[in-house]
Design a protein around this ligand. Structure first.
Ligand code: ADP
Length: 492
């Protein structure tokens, strides 16, 4: 059932107005009916009292003369008064002397004759009036009584009439009140209704151009004015916001264009750089090999024939040429990650791991390293590059071992959208400030006398992992060991 407080303002107003009018009418018609009935009753009583007084006066002589016939005759005058249904003349000794109507049997009178005022009992109006007697002898009674019994039918009829009038007035007035209420509610609820419709339109369409027409200057008029002013403000703000957004979009568009141009430039120069590194390292190999082999020839042929300094210089030159050759080879390997990389395909990491260890067999054997691994998954990758990554990481783990026998352990963790691989060792560890630097090409933390190498291994790993859309990083406790992590995302 719809609760009153949830009903529309229109229904509430109509209900309120009709209820108030109904209550006012009900109270006023009830007052009217009560007043009218009281008046009617009072006038009826006064009338009967007067009648009773007249009859009592007229009955005095018949009683004195002891003429029942004359007394009946007096009472017979009541025929003109239809409301009186019974009357009695009672002599001074309390005996019934005459009755009206004549042929009626005597009826028992109310035991209590009251205070002399007319009174209602058993559905009748009873009137007692003393009849003054003129006693001839001392001791004779000085008064008799006249008794009238009137039907209340007239009163009831009047009551019914009054009620009918009241009902008609109530019905007519209520109809008028309902019509008025419908009209009056329009004055209040129509502007509110308009406000509601406008608010709904704004909330569904977001159109702040809507305005509500004001028709009155009362509080609702003020409310509509304020509402319209608020809409104007919102509209202005909305327009400013839209302009702002347009400007922003233009700027973003501009920046995006600039960015994509820069990205294109970057990609082009990157490719050019890679091409250059590849071509340079490839083309440098030949003359370098020549320099290197002629230097070695010089060394072999003239060793001990020139002075000691010359031998030393030649030895430096041979060494430098060899180092340069290694670096150029490494550079070539680095640039080949992009230029010679194969399309990724499902690659069994167990297999790749085994191949990497096979390539490192001699070094593992020499260092007596203990290399273990957890079950490894199949990922989407270039198999030979994955072997290269494992090989570089395990190779470093063995190379940078500490005083203890090298222990290397690999595992793989599933994460949403990718696999995270880790290669852990118990080697010398890395200080945190070098965690980024070690992945840069030719960056080393040790001299070649301490640990051999050119500083290309981790740079190659990084390039391979990034080519697969992954990341590589290290966590390490200096002096305790390092763990290298890299991710291989699922096929995109
Ligand atoms: P290289 O081994 O030829 O020097 P890398 O690029 O493989 O080149 O490594 C770069 C540097 O990172 C190394 O010089 C070494 O200092 C450090 N490094 C790499 N792996 C480890 C490791 N497992 N433990 C400690 N240091 C490491």
């Amino acid at each position: 059932m719809l609760r009153f407080r949830d009903a529309s303002i229109r229904s509430k107003l109509i209900a309120l107005l009709v209820t108030v009018v109904f209550l006012v009418l009900l109270l006023s018609t009830a007052a009217f009916v009560v007043h009218d009935i009281r008046m009617f009753r009072t006038s009826m009583q006064m009338h009967l009292e007067t009648l009773a007084a007249v009859l009592a006066d007229n009955s005095s002589a018949p009683l004195d003369l002891d003429s029942a016939e004359a007394a009946s005759h007096v009472l017979a005058a009541l025929q003109r008064e239809p409301s009186v249904v019974y009357a009695e003349t009672i002599d001074g000794r309390g005996k019934t002397f005459a009755i009206y109507p004549q042929e009626a049997a005597a009826v028992p009178l109310p035991s209590d004759s009251g205070t002399g005022e007319p009174f209602v009992a058993d559905g009748f109006l009873h009137v007692f009036k003393p009849i003054k007697l003129f006693p001839l002898l001392p001791g004779d009674p000085e008064s008799g009584t006249l008794y009238l019994r009137a039907s209340l039918e007239q009163l009831h009829k009047q009551l019914r009439r009054d009620l009918l009038i009241a009902a008609v007035i109530l019905a007519v007035c209520l109809t008028v009140a309902i019509l008025l209420a419908f009209f009056a509610q329009r004055l209040i609820s129509t502007p509110i209704q308009r406000l509601v419709v406008a608010t709904q339109e704004i909330s569904t369409s977001g159109n702040y151009a809507v305005r509500v027409a004001k028709q009155t200057n009362d509080e609702i008029g003020v409310l509509i004015d304020e509402f319209n002013a608020m809409l104007t403000q919102l509209q202005t703000r909305d327009r400013e916001l839209a302009e702002h957004r347009e400007q922003l979009e233009e700027q973003v568009e501009l920046r995006t264009q600039e960015l994509s141009a820069t990205a294109k430039d970057l990609a082009r120069s990157n490719t050019e750089l890679e091409q250059f590194a590849y071509v340079a390292s490839h083309d440098l190999q030949e003359p370098l090999r020549m320099v290197s082999s002629y230097l070695q020839l010089l060394q072999r042929k003239y060793q001990g024939q020139l002075d000691a300094s010359a031998d030393k210089y030649i030895a430096y030159a041979v060494d430098g040429a060899a180092r340069m050759q290694r670096m150029i080879n490494d550079l070539l390997a680095y640039s080949r990650v992009m230029t010679r990389g194969k399309a990724p395909e499902p690659t069994d990491c167990e297999r790749a791991w085994a191949d990497a260890l096979a390539n490192l067999e001699r070094r593992i054997h020499e260092s007596a390293a203990v290399v273990t691994h957890d079950p490894l998954p199949t990922v989407h990758a270039d198999a030979s590059q994955l072997i290269q990554v494992f090989q570089n990481l395990v190779g470093n783990a063995i190379k940078y071992h500490g005083a203890e026998t090298p222990h290397v352990h690999a595992s793989a963790q599933r994460q949403p959208g990718q696999w995270v691989f880790s290669v852990r060792d118990n080697g010398i560890g890395i200080e945190p400030q070098y965690f980024e630097r070690i992945f840069v090409i030719f960056q080393r933390l040790h001299g070649k006398e301490e640990y051999s190498g050119t500083g290309i291994g981790l740079a190659v790993c990084k390039k391979i992992v990034e080519r697969h859309g992954g990341k590589i990083w290290v966590e390490s406790q200096y002096g305790t060991g390092s763990t290298f992590y890299f991710t291989i995302p699922d096929r995109q």
